[in-house]
Design a protein around this ligand. Structure first.
Ligand code: NAD
Length: 300
């Protein structure tokens, strides 16, 4: 095998008019996929008039290189319409890359409702809307690959980004839940926390750092996760600038207590509760809950 191919696969990439999304769309376009290049074309903070040229330019790039692509200009908040574009042109969607995003950075004290609400709508609701619209198609064809885009802001927190951190952390939990529900339908869901030079990062990073963060360092993992041979699901990858790692939670050794234990007992053992020198790795909740009681037996 010389490369991973996606002939006859339909790929939707949201926010594909620039930055990481453009890199994902070009990567799939050059490997035989039929690509829906979605981009609203608004400003980096969700304000500004939409410009169709952002998606159009990427479609032209893919077509010029011999690939197949159509533009879609819907807001991800209307994610159903983006999936409808895929169905209208190509009959279905096999691979969904939820990537569209904005920033509205402001210290918590000064955060307005709009800064909060718009962030949740674009990142969280956008990811939900496209995924929910694609889900029945993926279930029916017994194949689906969803790659979501979170951020280190969601795993670590970041000053001035409570809105963004909350939305990105939500996307991580959302992805893990999709992986649980998708397993029986061969629908895999994974999530990235990337770092790359883009319209979003150029306002906060120095030019010499940006020069080392080509989105092309992030793009190659997406075909790996999206390929029919991939069995990875429910995973989080932290990547960018030439480094790719998997990221997972860990537990401290902890202590055992009785119900309504004296809180002072906890304080006396605080060092053990916080001791990560011998980490324990987290099992999903479904491995400790009787799965026959979960509402996963739904039939299509
Ligand atoms: P970018 O601004 O270049 O790309 C985001 C794209 O999404 C833009 O082209 C924009 O027009 C589009 N978009 C915004 N709102 C939209 C909407 N409502 N509907 C449709 N399209 C919309 O920035 P990027 O850095 O390439 O960001 C891509 C994703 O990666 C975002 O989700 C971002 O939060 C995430 N991310 C980026 C970095 C980084 O270092 N660049 C780090 C962590 C996470």
């Amino acid at each position: 095998m010389t490369e991973l191919r996606f002939d006859d696969y339909v790929v939707v990439v949201t926010g594909a008019g620039g930055g990481l999304g453009r890199a994902h769309a070009l990567t799939f376009g050059s490997r035989g996929a039929k690509v829906v290049v979605n981009d609203l074309g608004g400003g980096f903070n969700g304000d500004g008039s939409p410009k169709r040229s952002m998606a159009d330019e990427v479609v032209k790039e893919i077509q010029k290189a011999g690939g197949t692509a159509v533009a879609d200009y819907n807001n991800v908040i209307d994610g159903d319409n983006i999936i409808a574009t895929a169905v209208e042109h190509f009959g279905t969607v096999h691979i969904l890359v939820n990537n569209a995003g904005i920033l509205r950075d402001v210290s918590f004290r000064n955060m307005k409702d709009k800064d909060w609400d718009l962030l949740q709508q674009v990142h969280m609701s956008g990811t939900f809307k496209t995924s929910r619209a694609a889900w029945p198609l993926m279930q029916k064809q017994r194949f689906g690959r969803i790659v979501n885009t979170a951020s280190g802001a969601g795993t670590y927190g970041n000053f001035g980004q409570t809105n963004y951190c909350a939305a990105k952390a939500a996307i991580i939990g959302f992805t893990f839940a999709l992986a649980e529900e998708g397993a029986q339908y061969n629908i895999n869901a994974n999530v990235l926390t990337p770092i790359a030079a883009s319209r979003l990062t150029q306002t906060v990073m120095a030019p010499d750092l940006l020069a080392k963060l080509d989105p092309g360092f992030v793009a190659p993992i997406v075909p790996v996760l999206a390929h029919k041979t991939s069995t990875d699901t429910g995973r989080l990858f932290e990547l960018g600038g030439g480094c790719i790692t998997r990221f997972r939670w860990e537990r401290s050794q902890g202590i055992e207590i009785s119900a309504y234990a004296n809180p002072l007992e906890l304080l006396e053992n605080w060092q053990n509760i916080s001791d990560f020198s011998k980490p324990r790795y987290v099992r999903p909740v479904t491995s400790i809950v009787d799965s026959s009681t979960l509402p996963s037996a739904e039939k299509t």
